[in-house]
Ligand binder design. Structure first.
Ligand SMILES: C[S@@+](CC[C@H](N)C(=O)[O-])C[C@H]1O[C@@H](n2cnc3c(N)ncnc32)[C@H](O)[C@@H]1O
Length: 222
């Protein structure tokens, strides 16, 4: 089994187990995070200005942020997630939105087809050595001028967890180095437009550390 296959299998199995609990625990999480909502609002404005075409929430989980973007007025927004359990929860929770199974490492989307991609904490289980493959795929599916928002945990540690969302599971959580993320996005052909980094909020464990939100776009001419 390749490293990619192993990461995908472990992540899919874990989220299938926790999907219902995750949706219940995280459903109102953005309410207490004004800065996170601000970067999502900036992304919504940028994709709306970037023209027509679908916007994908990649690693959408239960679709709570997909629905947030739809409420912000982003048209043609849909979700993709690795976990069939998460997709089932997303479809039942947000019946007016479209959700499909798929992996950011090999998306079933045509080249240049997205005007926007949101990657909101969906690389938190991706080993750093697999990030270049994910970013190359983002570059492939984004249209020229297409916008990316990537939210992730800041650091360089990996944490093996055996419990999550009230379930016994086994999976790795990765914090990513912002300089590495910026370099890899650039090497993938994307232009990094902004890096927002905030401290943990009161509701987050101090061990969560800083959180990063990078806006980037695919240049018009490549
Ligand atoms: C921490 S959750 C975040 C979910 C959602 N973005 C949110 O903020 O509620 C991580 C999600 O990323 C998904 N994921 C991880 N790796 C993925 C991949 N390669 N392709 C698609 N989804 C992936 C997981 O299945 C999980 O639903």
């Amino acid at each position: 089994m390749s490293d990619v296959a192993g990461y995908l299998e472990a992540t899919r199995g874990m989220y299938d187990t926790v999907a219902v609990s995750y949706e219940r625990i995280l459903r109102d999480e953005l309410d207490g995070k004004p800065l996170d909502r601000a970067v999502l609002a900036a992304f919504a404005e940028l994709v709306t200005a970037s023209g027509a075409g679908p916007v994908a929430d990649l690693g959408c989980g239960p679709g709570r942020v997909t629905a947030h973007l739809a409420r912000l007025g982003v048209e043609d927004v849909f979700g993709i997630d690795l976990s069939p359990g998460m997709i089932a929860v997303a479809r039942s929770t947000h019946p007016g939105l479209r959700f499909e199974e798929g992996s950011m490492t090999a998306l079933d989307l045509p080249d240049g087809s997205l005007r926007g991609a949101l990657v909101w904490y969906s690389t938190v289980h991706t080993p750093p050595e697999i990030l270049p493959a994910v970013f190359a795929e983002l570059h492939r599916v984004l249209a020229p001028g297409g916008q990316l928002l990537h939210g992730f945990k800041v650091g360089d540690q990996v944490w093996r967890r055996e419990q999550a969302y009230g379930h016994t599971v086994s999976f790795d959580v990765y914090w990513h180095d912002p300089d590495l993320v910026a370099r890899l996005l650039t090497e993938a052909g994307l232009v990094v437009d902004s890096r927002t980094i905030r401290e943990p909020t009161a509701s987050e464990l101090p061990t969560q550390g800083r959180q990063a939100f990078f806006l980037a776009h695919k240049p018009e001419t490549v």
